[in-house]
Ligand binder design. Structure first.
Ligand SMILES: Nc1ncnc2c1ncn2[C@@H]1O[C@H](COP(=O)(O)OP(=O)(O)OP(=O)(O)O)[C@@H](O)[C@H]1O
Length: 357
């Protein structure tokens, strides 16, 4: 389990102070995956640097299974850092080394005996589905295979926590799904605690058990996926169940009130709109809709327009009595988009950067 408590990071820019993290508190249980999503400048990279001890927090603490990491002495930083495996957007493999050589690198740095390295590297490559690719160089591997090598390297030091920084942003959708399935499988098999920093809501939908929205250094929303998705006022719900911007349809209902409705669980199975239409004897137009299964539960988000003569308060009361979240819609704004946080998609030279050192 990783626990972050009231983490603050203040940078000094000349005479000005920049508060990059402003009291971040979160806790992720073992065997689960937590997504952190946020706009550009929200503090995601700073959080990664503080968690991996590349930067010292100004105050607050980070602990893994009760062991405090944020106050370790400089001489112990390397050992502490080995408890967190790091997966990057681009695998950052060393071009001059084979897949096996890349995975071996963190083990060599801590002077692991050669025969132990050999067996451990074989185990790790098998674990990530790359048996038989020991001698391949990064240039001979696909993007997904390179990311698998990066994951194997991150696991070499047997970490408790896997910190994935935009792990799929450079991959195509099919490969993204494969890598996310692998991360999910490894989380279960190795009982890892996983944090995924991402701007892609699909990553959150597919693998995260819980999610936090980081904004200006603060966590402004957080919770289990099915809880945040069921809250019509949550930005995360609007991003998880996005509705496109819509205009009232010209015609009979043009001037009627617009509602947003969020169904979840059992209410998602009820013919609620038909119920409203019959009960109040009004026409209803669906302007936009989104249906998803999240964490095994079905959710529906609709924007509908009622006939002009509809008694809006009575309709809202009828829906709420049935456990359905509904409210008069604000102007038909598009769903929040965290894609401005997207890192560059061009693949940089892989260089000679090591992973978990
Ligand atoms: N070394 C630094 N010195 C001064 N200010 C910094 C430093 N690093 C980050 N900041 C500031 O801290 C805030 C958070 O930056 P950070 O890079 O953590 O955001 P981010 O969410 O990772 O953004 P992006 O998605 O664009 O990478 C920003 O206002 C940034 O300008």
């Amino acid at each position: 389990m990783i626990t972050v408590t009231d983490l603050r990071k203040v940078y000094q820019q000349g005479k000005k102070e920049v508060v990059a993290l402003d009291g971040v508190t979160l806790s992720v249980p073992k065997g689960s995956i937590h997504g952190i999503i946020g706009h550009s400048g929200a503090g995601k990279s700073t959080l990664v640097r503080c968690l991996t001890l590349l930067d010292r927090p100004t105050s607050g603490s980070v602990s893994i299974d009760g062991t405090e990491l944020s106050s370790v002495r400089d001489s112990e930083i390397r050992a502490a850092r080995r408890r967190i495996g790091m997966v990057f957007q681009h695998a950052n493999l060393m071009d001059s080394r084979t897949a096996a050589g890349n995975v071996a690198h963190p083990l060599e740095l801590v002077k692991t005996p050669k025969d132990r390295i050999r067996t451990r590297v074989a185990e790790l490559l098998k674990l990530v589905g790359l048996e038989g690719f020991e001698n391949a160089y990064p240039s001979q591997l696909s993007g997904g295979q390179r990311q698998r090598v990066g994951i194997a390297r991150a696991l070499a030091s047997d970490p408790d926590v896997l910190l994935c920084d935009e792990p799929t942003s450079a991959l195509d959708p099919a490969t993204t799904d494969e890598i996310l399935d692998l991360i999910q499988d490894l989380t279960q098999r190795l009982q890892l605690t996983v944090l995924i920093i991402t701007h892609e809501m699909n990553v959150v939908k597919r693998v995260c058990d819980s999610v936090s929205l980081l904004s200006r250094g603060r966590i402004v929303e957080h919770g289990a996926l099915r809880d945040v998705a069921g809250d019509l006022d949550s930005q995360l719900a609007r991003a998880l169940l996005p509705l496109p911007a819509s205009e009232p349809l010209p015609g009979a209902l043009e001037r009627g009130p617009v509602l947003e409705i969020l169904f979840s669980g059992d209410s998602a199975k009820e013919p609620v709109l038909t119920g409203v239409a019959r009960r109040f004897d009004i026409d209803i137009n669906v302007l936009a809709g989104s249906v998803e299964t999240l964490d095994g539960q079905q959710f529906g988000h609709l924007r509908v327009q009622l006939a002009e003569n509809a008694d809006l308060d009575a309709v809202l009361a009828y829906l709420r009595e049935r456990g359905i979240s509904a409210k008069r819609a604000a102007p038909a704004a598009p769903a929040p988009d965290f894609a401005d946080a997207a890192p560059p998609t061009s693949v940089p030279s892989t260089g000679e950067q090591g992973g978990n050192e």
